[in-house]
Design a protein around this ligand. Sequence first.
Ligand SMILES: [Fe+2]
Length: 194
Amino acid sequence: MNVSPETLERRSRTRIRQFHHHAFRTTDMEATRHFWEDILGCPLIGTFVETTDPVTEEPSNYIHTFFELGDGTALAFFQFQEGLYRESSIRGPQDPFDHHIALEVDSKDAVYAYRDRLKAEGIDHMLIDHGYCYSIYMHDPNGMQVELTTKVPQTVEIMERHAKTAHADLERWLAGVTEANNQYRRLRGASEAP
Ligand SMILES: [Fe+2]
């Protein structure tokens, strides 16, 4: 049975279009890769090496991996270089590096519209330009860290390119080569916002 026109119409009015990714912090990315890729069959499609904490803007070093589901959404994981993970109150009651969910909206305008609503409600939020997507973060009343994110014009090109090198990038980082490989990362994502 197909869903009714009423259901489709109701869904079309929801600006949060779909799940985008779920993120969790690990201390063993290779065990994580083996579980999600080799056992559960979700391919590693991106290993982004970052050298700055985008929230505190302090030097750091971590990888951000994505394991793809059949609908193009993903499970994401972070691993910091040994000894570099530091809690920071600036990241709020639930650290997005520990756990967050990301939901997709269809444009930067939608991100800014949510920014305006959060502002009007007095809810703390932050904009971050990841290069491959553009996001706003907030906590819900339960302390759950939520990211609303949109694809940007270069998203597909970046993700297709990183999919080809994700395994080599992971192996290199685990072997101790820690140069950043996300050249599109922009700090101070909020400064560009209208
Ligand atoms: Fe995220």
